[in-house]
Structure formats: C-alpha cells, structure tokens
Design a protein around this ligand. Sequence first.
Ligand SMILES: [Zn+2]
Length: 279
Amino acid sequence: MPELPEVETVINGLKPVMLNKKIARIEATRKNLRYDFPENLDAISKNSKIIDMQRLSKYIVIRLDTGYSLISHLGMSGKYTIFSYARNEKIEQVKHDHIIFHMDNGDTIIYNDPRRFGFLISCKTTEEKNEKHLSKLGIDPTDDKLTDKYIYDKFQKCKSNLKTALMNQSIISGLGNIYVCEAMYRAKLNPNTVASTIPHKTIKILTKHIKEIITEAIKAGGSTLKDYKNAEGAMGYFQHNFDVYGRNGENCNKCKSEIDKIIQGGRSTFYCPKCQENK
Ligand SMILES: [Zn+2]
C-alpha cells in the first residue's frame, strides 16, 4: 500500500507533466473504482488547466481552473504511468488501466489499479475543507505546524496506547502503519504505553524521529524518480530498509533480540521488546 512518501514521490513525478498544463480530456474505462467517477468529470476537466497540485495526507489534489479539484487516492495498488509525447513514448495500454489523462500537448498519463481500492472524485475547490476525506485531517508530518507541543497537547486527551494515537489521522495525517512502527522504534517507545502518560521531553524525541523518518523516505523516493519507469513501468513504489516493520522473528539491528509482532486496533505492530521496553 502506498504510504505518504510514495504519494509524495508520485505527485513530484506528475507535476512536470501536469502542473500548469492543459487537460484535453479525461477518459475513464469503467464507471467506478472504489467510488463512482464524478458524473461531471467531462464538464469540469475538458480543456481545463491544472493550476495547482498538492499532497494532502495520502491524497493527490489536482486543482483545475474550472473551480473544481480532482482528488486521487492510490488505494492498495494504484499507480500512474507517464507517456511523453515529446520523447515519442509509445502508449501501451494494459489490463487495469482505468483512467487516462489526455493532455493537450499530447502527453498521456495513465492510472492503473488492479485491486481498484483507489479512487478519483471531485469537489469544488472552495469546498475542499468540507470534503469528507479531507475535512478531518490532522497535521502533516512534513508541516512545520507539527510540533512536539501540538502532539503532547493532543496526547493528553488520548486514553489509547501510543500506536493507536499515532495512527489517529485527525492528529497526525498521513503517517501510516510502517512509519509509526519505525518512529516508535527509533524513539525507543513501547507501543502499548498509554499516550497521555508520555512526558513532553519524550514526545519531543518522538516528534524529531517522525519528521526525520518521513524526510528520509521522501528523499529515497525522490532518488527513484529519475528513472520513474521502473521494472513495473510505473513510478512511486520503491524499496525501503526497515528496522522493525515486517521483520517479526528476525533480530533487532541494535540489540539482536527478536522483533515481535502484536495486533493493535486491528493492525500489526512490529517492535523490539528489549529496545522498546518502557511500559
Ligand atoms: Zn532491540
């Protein structure tokens, strides 16, 4: 599943071919993905200019000069592939190509999504803040507004464990399971700790690690962009080296203890019981 750094990488890859460019039309090869495509898709996007593109949490927001915004989510398996007209790239349509952006300069951008959990919806740009996916978002890890004080204050009202509090998208938006696990490991914090009991000075360390880990991952993703057509022919998915995520049963890189896996809020948490033994 694409996490925040992948979505950031995708949007950075799309910007050169989409931002300030005109869409001739958007072709949908079916009527829906997770949700129906907008009924007015043609009306709001035909011959429109993309005036702004922004990542909000894990959503790609494409703002058009028609006063509408397209909101794209990659779901579990969504990916965009660019076919450059200037570079004479031959358009190859494959199975599960669901949305095709025909740009007026001849470039083609194709959204492919085998599992179809992704979506493309729209709203008036002025109504973005009320849109149900965007309205309840907390602060992005890359935003300077995400401070240790903000997290500490929010956690004071959290009766849940640290893992669940960090996954709460209305506090920090876009921080998924992988980076929550990795940040707790780096901060040496036990995932079962009650969020409200963590002292401010510890939250300060945790905040630093959250920001560092996301910055590192975005950087790693950026370095994959120069050859955005990777083995799968699409951009945005890249290899990470994780300390704990997905490593249950393997040895901790620091203390050599066995990484453990527990279930919290229906999701797997990976952690080192020794390095993260504060309770
Ligand atoms: Zn360890």
